[in-house]
Design a protein around this ligand. Structure first.
Ligand SMILES: [Zn+2]
Length: 218
C-alpha cells in the first residue's frame, strides 16, 4: 500500500510532520462531523484533479467552514470528478475588515476598495492561488462576493451565507463562471433558493472548472 507520507509529499507537496486530519482529509473544523475514509481520500488525491484553496477567518466572524468545504467537495466530485484541497486555515484579527467597505461586487470593471485591497493580501503565503475569506458582511449587503483585486484570486462569504454560498463564490472564481437562471444550478442566486440539492453544474461549467489554470493533478 502506498504510504500516506509519500502521497502527501508527491501529490500535495506536504512534508512531515503531517496531520492526517488536516493535511490529508482536509478537515479544519468540527462543524460537520461525519465518517471520513482515508482510503477513499488517498484514491482521490492520487487519481483525480484538484484545486487548492486557503481559508482565512477574521476573528469575530462565524464560519461554518467544514460544512462549506464538504458541500463544495460533494458538488465537485459529483459534477466534475475533481475535488477541492484546503491547504491551510488561519484566523487573523482585523476588526476593521469584519464589515467590508466595497465599491461594488461586479466581475468586469471592478473597483477595488482600500479594505478589499487589505483583505485580499491576507493568506497569500499559505500555498494556494485562491483564498476564501470569512467576514461578517459588506456594505453592499451581499451574502458573499467573488470580485477580487487582479492577480489575487479569492472571494469572501459573510454571516448571512447559505450552505451553498461558499461553493457558489468558489465557482465564480474557478472557471470564471457567471450566474445561471436554472434554480437547480449552483450558480443560481440567491443560493438559499437553489432546488433539488445537491446543486448541479452544466457540462460547460464543468469544462471551465477543469480548464482553470489552478487545476492540477498528482
Ligand atoms: Zn454569484
Amino acid at each position: 500500500m502506498t504510504s500516506v507520507k509519500s502521497v502527501a509529499q508527491n501529490c500535495l507537496g506536504k512534508q512531515p510532520t503531517l496531520s492526517v486530519r488536516e493535511d490529508i482529509l482536509g478537515v479544519y473544523a468540527n462543524d460537520n462531523p461525519q465518517d471520513r475514509s482515508l482510503k477513499k481520500q488517498l484514491d482521490l488525491i492520487e487519481n483525480k484533479p484538484f484545486v487548492r484553496v486557503a481559508l482565512v477567518t477574521l476573528q469575530g466572524a462565524t464560519p461554518t467552514l467544514q460544512r462549506d468545504l464538504d458541500t463544495a467537495n460533494e458538488i465537485y466530485q459529483r459534477e466534475c470528478d475533481a475535488w477541492i484541497y484546503p491547504v491551510d486555515s488561519i484566523t487573523v484579527t482585523r476588526n476593521n475588515l469584519l464589515i467590508l467597505d466595497q465599491d461594488d461586487c461586479g466581475s468586469s470593471g471592478h473597483s477595488v476598495s482600500d479594505e478589499e485591497d487589505e483583505l485580499f493580501d491576507i493568506g497569500r503565503n499559505l500555498g494556494a492561488d485562491i483564498v476564501g475569506y470569512y467576514i461578517n458582511s459588506s456594505n453592499g449587503g451581499f451574502a458573499g462576493c467573488a470580485a477580487h483585486p487582479s492577480g489575487r484570486r479569492g472571494f469572501w462569504v459573510g454571516n448571512s451565507a447559505s450552505p451553498r454560498t461558499w461553493a457558489h463564490e468558489f465557482c465564480h472564481v474557478v472557471g470564471d463562471n457567471s450566474h445561471s437562471n436554472n434554480s437547480n444550478n449552483l450558480m443560481f442566486t440567491p443560493t438559499a433558493n437553489i432546488t433539488n440539492l445537491p446543486a448541479d453544474l452544466t457540462n460547460g461549467q464543468r469544462d471551465d472548472i477543469l480548464a482553470d489554470p489552478a487545476m492540477e493533478s498528482c
